[in-house]
Unconditional design. Structure first.
Length: 515
């Protein structure tokens, strides 16, 4: 039987991983390829190219942590692993909180591990609207390669917690489509710490899958390095320049000279890095999609103990064609749950007293509009305005999700609305949602940022070509969710990795240009 394996030996830092403690002065490195970012876009690119014989350097702004560093101290994990402590925000009415990882392994270290192929109708839309030859048949070998590398599979049944079984009970009672979730895990034991660093190594994040593979084939990973700009010589990228603050508090420059620069900083920070480098095509930073996400808290008579069991064992897919994405049950630790409900004082205390009988369930909406990332003072700021159609989809989704939870036995549901009363029946839910609700009253979050350097053949409507190369620029690629021409309705990690693997293959096939 296969067993989960740790990424590295406990207490040891792998060979070829360097942190702020290893840098004592200004540093200049040479490589065939430099990759900025080590998450779902950067890590597969690094592993594929290193295995093919390229000299690869990976720069990561966050720190390096091994599996043994991930503990049950949620607040510490959020501070260590999340950018801005998880408090990043897209400005609009309402503002939308978004979370992304800031560590070696990127957001794969803190996501739920959901691993789904790009829906076929989305690929057809990309082909029709953007001229991309990304058919299911074209991407099949790359999806298969990624799924093998990450051990994508359904969860062991004995590791599924009561919160997910109740979600399934409600879906079955309503006669709705519910499917086993596919996750990148090897016999997950159900500690439900996916979003805070897997403490067992079962979740096959980039940290425990692609990064060790890249290191095995000679790649070098530098953590704690903040990249300021891509170095350009005319229209050719020749490397990157950044900085590190060492353990003594001294700032040192870090420069990497390379024949190929790959930017894999995510849909928020990739356009900012390109803009700071003087690379400013008109579409850069536009086309921002978010998959707006809302959640409810449902209290049952029975003990649920949501902290026991895997993260999102099932997904309800009944309404995806209506623009309402998946329903899922997720565990929210007590401190974070307390921040996310519209209660204070005694009312909050009463809800938290029932924490072990509560389920947090959420859903995502397929965007009907897009936002933009702008660079202000050198830093990115996202702007995104929910449109009436998406607010109506959120309302309908909340009604449906509440119906499911009441069918599963919920006695009380709290909606993601400021100052909303709790509801004990579907009729009460309907009365709340039928009343006028100001946009600013919604609590909306996301972890799926996409589209700000989109692929396409038309240079006037896209930033990069179908292999991620920036238009009219030599030696510069993008490899993250920025590439998506549209939102994809499902979890984006596997799509990012498949595109990264495919685009790495193009580099390998044209290796004389980059070595």
């Amino acid at each position: 039987m296969a067993v989960a394996r740790l990424a590295v030996s406990e207490g040891d830092k792998p060979t070829n991983v360097f942190t702020r403690a290893d840098i004592h002065g200004d540093t200049v490195l040479d490589a065939d390829v430099v990759i900025v970012g080590s998450g779902a876009g950067g890590a597969p690119m690094a592993a594929e190219l290193a295995e093919a014989g390229f000299d690869v350097v990976v720069l990561e702004e966050g720190g390096y942590y091994s599996t043994r560093d991930f503990t049950a101290d949620t607040s510490a994990m959020v501070r260590q692993l999340y950018r801005d402590g998880g408090a990043s925000m897209a400005m609009g009415s309402p503002p939308i909180m978004f979370q992304e990882g800031r560590a070696v392994g990127g957001s794969t270290v803190i996501n739920g591990g959901m691993s789904w192929r790009t829906p076929e109708d989305i690929l057809a839309k990309w082909q029709k609207e953007s001229g991309l030859a990304l058919t299911p048949k074209e991407l099949e070998p790359y999806f298969e390669r990624v799924e093998k590398r990450m051990h994508v599979a359904v969860n062991d049944k004995d590791a599924i917690g009561q919160d997910n079984w109740l979600l399934k009970k409600g879906a079955d009672a309503k006669g709705w489509e519910i499917i086993d979730n596919l996750r990148n895990q090897v016999h997950c034991v159900g500690s439900n710490r996916c979003a805070f660093g897997c403490p067992t190594g079962a979740k096959q994040s980039a940290l425990v899958s692609y990064i060790p593979r890249a290191l095995h084939f000679g790649a070098r990973v530098y953590a704690d390095v903040s990249v300021d700009k891509v170095v350009m010589h005319g229209k050719k990228a020749t490397g990157v320049s950044g900085r590190v603050v060492n353990t003594a508090g001294r700032s040192h420059r870090v420069e990497v000279r390379a024949k190929l620069v790959v930017v894999a900083c995510g849909a928020i920070y990739t356009p900012a890095l390109l803009a700071r480098s003087g690379i400013t095509p008109s579409e850069l930073g536009g086309n921002l999609s978010l998959h707006p996400n809302v959640k409810v808290t449902a209290v049952f008579d029975e003990t649920v103990d949501s902290y026991k069991g895997v993260h999102q064992a099932f997904q309800v897919r009944e309404f995806v064609k209506d623009g309402i994405g998946t329903f899922a049950a997720v565990n929210i630790p007590p401190g974070i749950m307390a921040m996310g409900v519209p209660y204070r004082g005694e009312k909050l205390g009463q809800l938290m007293d029932r924490y072990n009988r509560a389920i947090t369930a959420g859903m995502l909406i397929e965007d009907s509009s897009t936002g933009r990332v702008r660079v202000i003072g050198g830093r990115p700021q996202a702007f995104y305005q929910l449109v009436p159609q998406d607010i109506e989809n959120m309302k309908r989704g909340l009604r449906l999700l509440s119906d499911l939870l009441f069918a599963a036995g919920a006695k009380e549901i709290t909606l993601p609305l400021h100052h909303a009363k709790e509801a004990r029946t579907a009729d009460e839910i309907n009365r709340i949602l039928d009343a006028p609700i100001p946009a600013r009253s919604w609590e909306v979050v996301t972890v799926h940022m996409m589209g700000t350097a989109r692929m396409g053949k038309d240079r006037t409507r896209s930033v990069v070509d179908q292999f991620g190369f920036v238009h009219d620029t030599d030696g510069l690629m993008v490899s993250d969710a920025s590439l998506f021409p549209t939102p994809i309705r499902t979890n984006p990690m596997e799509t990012i990795m498949a595109l990264s693997t495919r685009n790495a293959g193009f580099v390998i096939d044209n290796h004389r240009r980059f070595t």
